[in-house]
Structures are given as structure tokens and as C-alpha cells.
Design a protein around this ligand. Structure first.
Ligand SMILES: Cc1ncc(COP(=O)(O)O)c(C=O)c1O
Length: 377
């Protein structure tokens, strides 16, 4: 039986041509030709002054924190519902992650909870544009400005999303993106950091290349730093995908509309929201089930899995997973974060691979409706 995948890219001849050209020609004096084109096109698309291509989004988060000088004793606020890549780099620099609750509509960082988590030690906040949606950026930015807190916008899942006409990734001191194989634009593995701040751009260029100044030919390291670079084959793939970005986003939006149509009229289901001032790019179509169905996310995933349909759980609260559960901050978060704890056990990501057809999505929805009617078996 063919399984319906939860995520996956849309690769065309254009991508194959660009990568073939890179592997053939992007060497010697041309070694950076695709990086330069990809970074320039990306910065322009997002609406930022500078972009730096990196091996992952995790490294972009790490470099953002390093560039801002965040260190042991500092606190950084993250939403409790996100992938651990948002918070792990906070520990890499010796600082402490603080887990704030999410907003019940956007599922992104709640501005109210962010405010409640601020202490004199808070140095940065990392709002996450979850599943292609956007948080209340005006409120988050106003709070960050008032308390002198850096913003690192984690737009890993939201390339092309918009808030009040402005693109995801352009709201912070830095914005970070992922091109992991599951993402709307992929380079296999890869990431990008964008910023308008020339000081951060210059500092991060040194930090990501073993403490060398850009253009250094004497292998002269001014400090011990990191090696975070993307290959030219990946940059070529990323450029080809970026040149197709509107087509890729349109497909995502179309798939979401198919789900909406198929599930219309089923009581007690909530899908991703798109408020009037947001353009959601629906990286993952996400379903929250009413508790009246008597099913949790594990049971729903198992039921769909038996029908050949792959899904993912809505992010478990970071404060609930073994990596953090014993920390003092996780203990506080478990008492405070009512929204994420009320929602996460009953929510899953539905298949959102770019190559899924209308028929695939109808099949997923038919199975889903059947399970909701009759229970898991
Ligand atoms: C919200 C979020 N942040 C960060 C990352 C990390 O991205 P990468 O795997 O490219 O390091 C991901 C990737 O899955 C993500 O979903």
C-alpha cells in the first residue's frame, strides 16, 4: 500500500539544472556564485538588508544568540509549543530558556504570557511563526522595545507568510529560516539568517567562519568560533526553489482549501486560522479535535497510520518533554501554560507534502471522518 507522506518537497527540472550547474561549475573563483545569488534573492524576498546562508536554522539561532552576546545568567523567552531547535541553542550559549504560553487562535507566542515571563534577566525573545501562521507581532515588538529585549524571529516554518503586509522573518533583530527536507522551500538541510543590522551581520560573518574576517586569505583567526556554511549545491537548489516560491505557496494554500472543503460540516474540528491581517502559508495543515470525541492525538495518529496515512503530533509542550521536564522553568511553565496543555494533546499535523493531490486529501479526510465516527478501530 502506498503511504501518504506527512511532508515532502516539489522538485522540478529547474532545481535539477541549477544543482547540476553548481556541481559542474561552482568551484575555484566561482565557488560562491550560488551563495551570492541565493542570499541576495532571499534578502530581497523577505525585505531585509542582509542574508547569510547556513547549514541549518538551528545554526542561525545559535549565531543570533552569540551575535547578541547572550550568555550564562541570561534568560530567553520562547513559546512552549515549538520544535526543540528553537530552544536548544539557548542552552548552547549557557543561557536559560523560559517557556511562555501560546495564543489560542494563532497557536504562536501569547503576548500576554510573554509579558508575564519578563524578568530583569530577560535578554531576548524568540517568537515562532508556527506552521506558517503569525503571532501578534505588534504587541510582541512593543513589549520587547519597552523592556529592551532582542527579538529573534523563528520563521523556520513560515517563509512567505505575512503580517500586516510585511513578510515573516523581517520583524526581529534577526530572522531565521529552515530549508530542511520537510519545509516549503528545501535545500535538503539548510538555513538562512536575515537582519537589517549591519553590526550583527558583520559579527555573525566572523562567528560562522572560525573567527576569520570575510575575504581573509591568510587563514588568520582572530578568535575561536564556529564553522557554519552551506554548500554551493544546496545554495543552487535553494535559489531554484525560491524562484518558484509563489507557486509553492499557492500549492500549500490550495491544499489547505481542499482540507477545509472536505472537513466542512464536521463538528468540533479546528484548522489553522488566518486572521484578516495575516497571510498564512500553511506549512503543516493542523487539526485540533474537540475532547468530545474521546480521542487523543496518539490514538488519532495510530488510527490514520493503520490506513497508510502518516501524520505528526502537534508539538508537545517543551516543558513536558524529558529534555526539560526537571528544570525549574519547566516546572513553572507546567503550572502557567493552560492553553498549550489544553490543546496539544488533541492536535495533529495532517499530511501536507507538496506533491499530494486533491484525491489524496479526500482520502485522508474520509479516513479521518470514519475514525471520528467510529473510534480508532
Ligand atoms: C520552528 C522551528 N525552528 C527551528 C527549526 C530548525 O531547523 P533546522 O532543522 O533547519 O535546524 C525547525 C525545523 O524543523 C522549526 O520547525
Amino acid at each position: 500500500m502506498r503511504r501518504i507522506p506527512v511532508a515532502g518537497p516539489w522538485i522540478t527540472d529547474k532545481e535539477i539544472q541549477y544543482v547540476t550547474d553548481a556541481v559542474t561549475n561552482a568551484w575555484y573563483a566561482n565557488a560562491n556564485m550560488y551563495h551570492e545569488r541565493f542570499e541576495r534573492a532571499f534578502a530581497e524576498y523577505v525585505g531585509a538588508k542582509f542574508a547569510i546562508a547556513l547549514p541549518t536554522c538551528t545554526s542561525a539561532l545559535h549565531l543570533s544568540l552569540l551575535g547578541m552576546g547572550i550568555k550564562e545568567g541570561d534568560e530567553v523567552i520562547v513559546p512552549d509549543a515549538t520544535w526543540i531547535a528553537t530552544s536548544a541553542p539557548i542552552s548552547y550559549v549557557g543561557a536559560t530558556p523560559v517557556f511562555a504560553d501560546i495564543d489560542p487562535q494563532s497557536w504562536c507566542l501569547s503576548a500576554e504570557s510573554f509579558e508575564a515571563c519578563i524578568t530583569p534577566r530577560t535578554k531576548a525573545v524568540i517568537p515562532v511563526d508556527l506552521y506558517g501562521g503569525m503571532p501578534d507581532m505588534d504587541a510582541i515588538r512593543a513589549l520587547a522595545q519597552r523592556h529592551n529585549i532582542f527579538i529573534i524571529e523563528d520563521a523556520a516554518e513560515a517563509l512567505g507568510a505575512e503580517y500586516k503586509g510585511r513578510r515573516a522573518g523581517s520583524f526581529g533583530d534577526t530572522g531565521v529560516f529552515s530549508f530542511h527536507g520537510s519545509k516549503t522551500v528545501t535545500t535538503g538541510e539548510g538555513g538562512m539568517l536575515v537582519t537589517d543590522r549591519e553590526d550583527l551581520y558583520r559579527r555573525i560573518q566572523v562567528l560562522r567562519d572560525h573567527g576569520r574576517q570575510p575575504g581573509d586569505r591568510m587563514f588568520w583567526n582572530t578568535e575561536v568560533a564556529y564553522k557554519y556554511k552551506m554548500s554551493s549545491m544546496q545554495a543552487a537548489l535553494g535559489l531554484a526553489q525560491l524562484e518558484r516560491i509563489e507557486e509553492l505557496i499557492q500549492r500549500k494554500r490550495e491544499q489547505f482549501a481542499w482540507y477545509q472543503t472536505e472537513l466542512a460540516g464536521v463538528d468540533g474540528l479546528t484548522l489553522n486560522k488566518e486572521p484578516h491581517d495575516v497571510r498564512n502559508t500553511y506549512w503543516m495543515v493542523t487539526l485540533v479535535m474537540d475532547q468530545k470525541y474521546g480521542l487523543n492525538k496518539t490514538q488519532l495518529m495510530e488510527g490514520l497510520g493503520k490506513q497508510g496515512i502518516d501524520t505528526r503530533p502537534f508539538f508537545h509542550p517543551l516543558s513536558s518533554i524529558p529534555a526539560y521536564e526537571d528544570s525549574e522553568q519547566a516546572h513553572l511553565a507546567r503550572q502557567r501554560n493552560k492553553v498549550v496543555y489544553g490543546l496539544s494533546p488533541y492536535a495533529i499535523n495532517l499530511p501536507s507534502a507538496l506533491r499530494l493531490t486533491r484525491e489524496d486529501i479526500k482520502n485522508v479526510c474520509d479516513c479521518l471522518k470514519d475514525i471520528l465516527r467510529h473510534g480508532e478501530n
